[in-house]
Design a protein around this ligand. Sequence first.
Ligand code: ATP
Ligand code: MG
Length: 623
Amino acid sequence: RTRKEEKAVLQLNDEQEAAVHYTHGPSLIIAGPGTGKTRTLTCKIARMAKKADVSKGVVLAITFTRKAAEEMKERLDNLGVDEGNVLVQTFHGLGYEILEESGEQIQLADRNVYEFLIRQTIRKSGLNINVHSAKQRISDVKKMMFTGAVPDNESFFLLTSYEKEMNAAGMMDFDDLVIKSIECLEKKKSFYEKFIKRFTAVCIDEYQDLDAAQYRLVKLMTKDISKITAIGDPNQSIYGFRGGDSFYFDQFRKDWPGTKLFRLTRNYRSSENILSTAWKLMESSSEDSSLKVISGIPGRPVVLKVCSDEKKEAEWIADCIQKGIGGTGHHAIYAGMDDHEGDRFGFSDIAVLVRTRKQMDIIGDVFLKKGIPFQTGSEKSLQENAVVKEIIAAFRILSGQAMVWDLFSFSFGIPCKESWIQKLWEENPLLSFHMEKKEMGSLNKKISALTKMYHSSRDSIQLMEAVLDEVDPEKKKRDDLFVAALLKKAEKKDPAAFLKEIFLEKEIDTVSEKAEKVSMITLHASKGLEFPMVFMPGCEEGFLPHRKGGKSLDEDEERRLFYVGITRAASSLWLSWAKRRRIFGKSEERMISPFVRDILFLLAEEKERKAVKEKKDGQMRLF
Ligand code: ATP
Ligand code: MG
C-alpha cells in the first residue's frame, strides 16, 4: 500500500499523518483537545505493530486508565493488528506485570485494608490529621521523594509510620505498583535486561499527567529504544505534583536529544462555540498559544444558567435533557462527524460532569423521579457497595488471600466492630480465617461450606452466586445493579484473575458507554472522553476551584480541570450554578465560579460583541 492510500484508510489529516509516519527516533506530539491525539497515537502503534518483526519484540502502549487501554485494544483490533504484536497497559498494570514476572509477592491493599492501615497510622503516629488528608499526603510525599526533594519532618514521619504498617501487613498500595517495580528493575539487572528486550517501541498517551515515578519507569523501559512517542496536552494536566504542567515535556526533550516535535491544530470534536468558550478560559494562562484549536464546526449556543438552589439546578438539567430527547430537530449532534450525521439523539449522548461525587446525589434523585436513565458507573462506588465488598472479601477468603480486615466486609450479616478488628490485628496481622476464635464460631460454618465450593469449582460466576445466596435478600435486591456489574466483570475469569482485575481498577470511575443512559461522572474521569451534549452543574466557588477542608485547591490545576470538562462537549454545552446549596447538611450561599467570571469578563471586553445579558429565565448565551 502506498503512503497516500494508507492515509486515506486511516482517515488522517496531513499533520496527523506526518506524526504517524515518523518512526526514526523519539517524538513528542503536543496538541490541544480533540485534535485526534489518541487517534493518531493508535494509528502509529498500529502501523509499527504491523510492520514489526515480532521475533524482535512488540510495541508497548501506555495509557492512563484501564478504560482507555480497553478502548485502544479495540481500535487496534479494528485496524487489523494482531493482539500479540502490542502490549497495551496502564502504568499500574505494567508495574503489576513487572513485579509478577520477577516473582515478587504482590498483596495489594484494597480500599478497606488501605483505609484501615491509614487509620492505624494516624492512631499510632499521633498526628492530628484526617484520613483523607493523610492519604493525599502519603501519596504526595512518596512521589516527592522520588524526585529527590526532601519533605518536611512531619510528612516524612507520616510516610515512615505508614510504611511500617504496610510492611507489617505485607501489603502494597497503588503507588507502590510503580515504585516497587522501578526498585525491582534497578535491583535485578538480568531480569531487567530480559524484560525490556521484548519491546521495540514505546508509546504514551495523556503524557501531561505523568508523575516522577512514571517518568522514571518510562526511562527504564526505553533504555535501548529510540522509538518513543509521547503525546499530550499541557493544558489538560489535572493530576498535580508535576512541578509545572509542562515540566515533563521539557524534560523529555532534554533526555531524548533530537526529539521531533509534532503539532496538531484542527479539532474534530467540538463546535466553534464550545472551543471559543474553552479558550476564553485558558487564553490568559496557557503558556503555549499554539494549543488553541479550531474546528470550524457550527453548533448551538453555549448556555450559562443561574438557579436558585441545587434542586432547581437538577430539575433544569432534567428538563433540558427531556426536551433534547423528545425533539427531532436537534441538529448536528456529532457536529462535523460524517458517520454520525442523521443519528438520533439518545441518552448515551449526554454527560453530566461534576467536580465532586456528592453532587451526583441530588441530580440522580431528580433523574429517577423523571424517569431519565443514568449511570454513575463509578468503580469507586462499586467497590464501596456493601454487597460487592462482601463478594470480594469472600473471594479473598476463599482464595486464601484474606486477612483480618476482610472481616469488615465479609460478615454475612454479623456486625463487625473496628475495635475488635484492631485487637485481632495487633495480636496477629496475618491471621487467617481458619483460626480458632470464639467470636468466629458462627462464621466458620459458612466459610467451610464455601471453601468446599471453592475447591470444587474454578468458576467465578458460580462462586459468586453461592456467595450471594448467603447475602440478605433485601440488601441484594437493593444493590442488584452493582451485583450485575460485578457479575459481568467475573465472566470468563477464574477467581484469581477476577481479584487481580478488581484490584487494578484505579480509583477512577468509568462508564460502560454502550448503555442507553446518561453518564454522570467526575471531571477527572471524563478525561479523553467525548459526548455530544455536556452539562456542567455547580460552576461555583467551592467546586471550581474546589475547596477541601477550608482550603482551595491549586487554582491553575482546577482551571485546567474545568477546561477538560468543557472540551468533552461536541455540540452543546450547558453550564450552571446555584445561588444556594446544601453543603454538609447546611444551606450555604454560593458565588459563581471565578473561572466563569473570567470568561464573562473577557466577553464583555470585546467591544464589538453585544453585551452578554441574562434573560428572564436565568439563562445567558455565552457564544
Ligand atoms: P483529548 O485531548 O480529549 O484526549 P484527542 O486529541 O485525543 O482528544 P481524539 O479523541 O483522538 O482526540 O479525537 C477526537 C475526535 O475526533 C474523535 O471522535 C476522533 O475520531 C475524531 N478525529 C480525529 N482525527 C480525525 C480525522 N482526521 N478525521 C475525522 N475525525 C477525526
Ligand atoms: Mg485523547
